[in-house]
Write a protein that binds this ligand. Structure first.
Ligand code: HEC
Length: 107
C-alpha cells in the first residue's frame, strides 16, 4: 500500500513536471471530448476558445466543473448533453484534471 502511494506520488510529480499541455490534449482526445468540442468553432458543444474565455482567471472553477462540483456557466441550457461526460472526468487524479484544464485554457 505504501509502495503504491509512493509510486502514485512519483507519477504525479512526473506529470506535473512534464509537458502538461500535451498531456491534457491526450486526455481530451482519449476521453472523446473532441467529438463535441472543436478548438475554435462551435460544434455540438461550445468551442474550447469560448470555454477558455468564459473561465478566464477562473481555472479553479473549471476544474470544479469537471469534478461535478460547480454549475455550467458557458451554455447551461445545453448542460443535459454535457452532464454524462462529467462521469469521465470527475474521477481523474488532480494532476490530470489540471492538465486537462490547462489544455482547455490554452485556447
Ligand atoms: C456529446 C457531446 C459532448 C461531449 C462528448 C463532451 N461535451 Fe463538453 N459540453 C457539451 C455541451 C453541449 C456543452 C454546453 C453545456 C454546458 O455549458 O455545460 C458542454 C460544455 C462543456 C464545458 C463548459 C462548462 C460550462 O461551464 O458551461 C466544458 C469545460 C466541457 N464541456 C468539457 C468537456 C470535456 C473535458 C469533455 C470530455 C471528457 C467533454 N466536454 C465532452 C457537449 C459535450
Amino acid at each position: 500500500m505504501k509502495k503504491a502511494f509512493v509510486s502514485a506520488v512519483v507519477g504525479l510529480a512526473v506529470i506535473a513536471g512534464g509537458a502538461m499541455a500535451a498531456d491534457g490534449a491526450g486526455i481530451f482526445k482519449s476521453k472523446g471530448c473532441g467529438a463535441c468540442h472543436k478548438p475554435a468553432a462551435k460544434g455540438v458543444g461550445p468551442s474550447l476558445k469560448d470555454i477558455a474565455a468564459a473561465y478566464k482567471g477562473k481555472e479553479g472553477d473549471l476544474i470544479k466543473f469537471l469534478k461535478g462540483e460547480a454549475p455550467a456557466i458557458v451554455d447551461p441550457a445545453k448542460f443535459g448533453l454535457m452532464k454524462s461526460q462529467i462521469n469521465k472526468t470527475k474521477s481523474l487524479p488532480d494532476a490530470e484534471l489540471k492538465a486537462l484544464a490547462d489544455f482547455i485554457m490554452s485556447h
